[in-house]
Design a protein around this ligand. Structure first.
Ligand code: 9YT
Length: 133
């Protein structure tokens, strides 16, 4: 059994601070843990407004705290995000995320992230990355 706490994981290499200044993420489960998905607690900083396109991954995002919106780029549809909202990028949807207040999100990625991925120029994560234990 794998048991971890967010408080402990935050003090390790599992905490990634995005160089774009939009978010940080503590990756509680990674590929190396062998679960077949990764599980992250992510903070989206207040005022963040940025585009992502997870071409190589599916992602589910559950809002624990905060307020914002997600916009599907292809259609222009906007969905409000508040505590209790789950959005799912089941179509590898290119999307814009906006945080009106700081948001705390639980994120699941399939396939799992290796550990230290940050967004590339397209707003995607590469499939190959350095593993974090
Ligand atoms: C919601 C979202 O995709 N935020 C960017 C960070 C990502 N969730 C991660 O790497 O944990």
């Amino acid at each position: 059994m794998i048991v971890r706490t967010l408080q402990e994981a935050r003090r390790t290499a599992r905490r990634i601070v995005s160089p774009d200044g939009n978010w940080e993420s503590t990756r509680l489960l990674l590929k190396g843990d062998g679960m077949g998905f990764s599980f992250h607690i992510t903070t989206i900083y207040a005022g963040a407004d940025f585009q992502m396109h997870y071409k190589n991954h599916l992602e589910s995002v559950y809002c624990i705290d905060g307020e914002g919106e997600v916009e599907v780029v292809a259609s222009g549809e906007k969905y409000p995000i508040q505590p209790g909202t789950l959005y799912n990028l089941d179509q590898h949807d290119k999307h814009v995320l906006r945080a009106f207040r700081e948001m705390t999100m639980a994120c699941v990625f399939n396939p799992p992230l290796h550990g230290n991925e940050v967004h590339n120029a397209e707003g995607a994560y590469e499939l190959d990355a350095e593993s974090v234990s």
